[in-house]
Design a protein around this ligand. Structure first.
Ligand code: NAG
Ligand code: NAG
Ligand code: CA
Ligand code: CA
Length: 351
């Protein structure tokens, strides 16, 4: 009898693990294959070989790039090199990235920048918010950009118990922002277990010096976050949920869910076109390949875009259109970081 019971229990555990494994592989798009394609207007920018995690661009064409992220479980192209913020003037014919100098007093050796966000203050002062992971912890660094000498003046380091595992931020004031936490747990074993079991415990937090609060939760892996140009809507990419969530933002900085855009790929960072309001997402076509990084079988990248109309229409379900035709992972070459999205996947507009 004892043996039978043990056998039955073992069977149940195996079935549960098997079921979780299948669900996990689905969330990771583990069997998805894309044929590499070359994009004629896409070329490598020299000087960012160690990867560019995030980009934010000022209206005058100055692009800020965070580079050199080291993230547990992910391939790093230069594990011993500290991270940096690069500046590139997109108005130039052949723009080249230059490293921004950071004011003294900031601990540069452990700089590990992740998501970034720009905020232009009333006096036209430019603030740069940078998610940082010194010793794999999470902080948000606030800098002021000094254009005259290509430098960043460090203003403060923000740490908070509600910000344990920050991925990306979107600034809403000179010292306030929304941030995504991409894990609930911070301990390595537990955070892998969390992903494997498919817990939806990651969240979005609003931070200001006066108030810090959770404003949305229920994501498998909250990743990129951004805002509509008029500031009325907030967009959150759920990497393993394969969705972009659309929220309405209120004057008291709470969010109410409005809509979800279902994708067939793993969305990472989100950019918003300041003129049209279109969302552009850099995505990972196959999360398993990203995790198991094999230089002989690169994970690739793809982009997804959603027009403002599609994003906001209440009853229209956005669906990716003809992925195969428009898809093209990063061209062959040594710097595939799956961080350089190169394709465009149009949404069918059902509005
Ligand atoms: C915030 O504002 C929204 C919309 O005006 C309202 O429904 C909500 O109750 C407010 N929440 C808090 C906590 O004040
Ligand atoms: C986001 O990441 C994609 C690829 O993952 C990259 O191509 C894109 O430049 C980044 N976009 C911005 C503006 O953050
Ligand atoms: Ca960002
Ligand atoms: Ca990200």
């Amino acid at each position: 009898m004892g043996k039978l019971l043990a056998l039955a229990l073992a069977g149940i555990v195996a079935a549960l693990v098997g079921e979780r494994l299948v669900a996990f592989r689905n969330r990771m798009c583990a069997s998805r294959e894309l044929k590499p394609k070359r994009l004629p207007n896409c070329h490598l920018i020299k000087g960012i070989e160690v990867g560019s995690e995030d980009i934010d661009i000022l209206p005058n064409g100055l692009a800020f790039i965070s580079s050199g992220l080291k993230y547990p479980g992910m391939q790093s192209f230069a594990p011993d090199k500290r991270g940096e913020i690069l500046l590139m003037d997109l108005k130039e014919e052949n723009p080249r990235p230059v490293e921004l100098r950071i004011s003294r007093g900031f601990e540069l050796a452990s700089f590990n920048p992740h998501g970034i966000s720009l905020y232009v203050g009333e006096d036209d002062a430019v603030y740069l918010f940078v998610v940082n992971h010194p010793q794999y912890k999470s902080t948000v660094e606030l800098f002021k950009f000094v254009e005259d000498d290509n430098s960043l003046v460090h203003l403060k380091t923000i740490k908070h118990e509600l910000l344990p595992s920050v991925n990306d931020i979107v600034a809403v004031g000179p010292d306030s922002f929304f941030a995504t936490n991409d894990h609930y747990f911070t301990e390595t074993f537990l955070l892998y277990l969390e992903m494997f079991l498919g817990l939806t415990w990651t969240n979005v937090v609003y931070y200001s010096p006066k108030e810090v609060k959770e404003v949305a939760t229920g994501f498998y892996f909250a990743n990129g976050i951004n805002m509509s140009p008029d500031g009325r809507y907030v967009y959150v990419a759920d990497l393993l949920g394969q969705k972009i969530h659309v929220f309405e933002k209120h004057a008291n900085f709470t969010l109410t869910p409005l809509k979800e855009l279902q994708l067939d790929t793993l969305p990472d960072n989100l950019s918003v076109d300041p003129y049209t309001g279109d969302i552009w997402a850099g995505c990972h076509p196959n999360g398993m390949k990203l995790l198991l990084y094999d230089p002989g079988n690169l994970p690739g990248s793809e982009g997804v875009t959603s027009s403002l109309e599609t994003t906001l229409c209440r009853n229209g379900a956005a669906s990716p259109l003809n992925t195969d035709v428009n898809a093209s992972p990063f061209p062959e070459g040594k710097t595939d970081t799956s961080k350089q999205a190169v394709i465009l996947m149009k949404f069918k507009d059902n509005c």
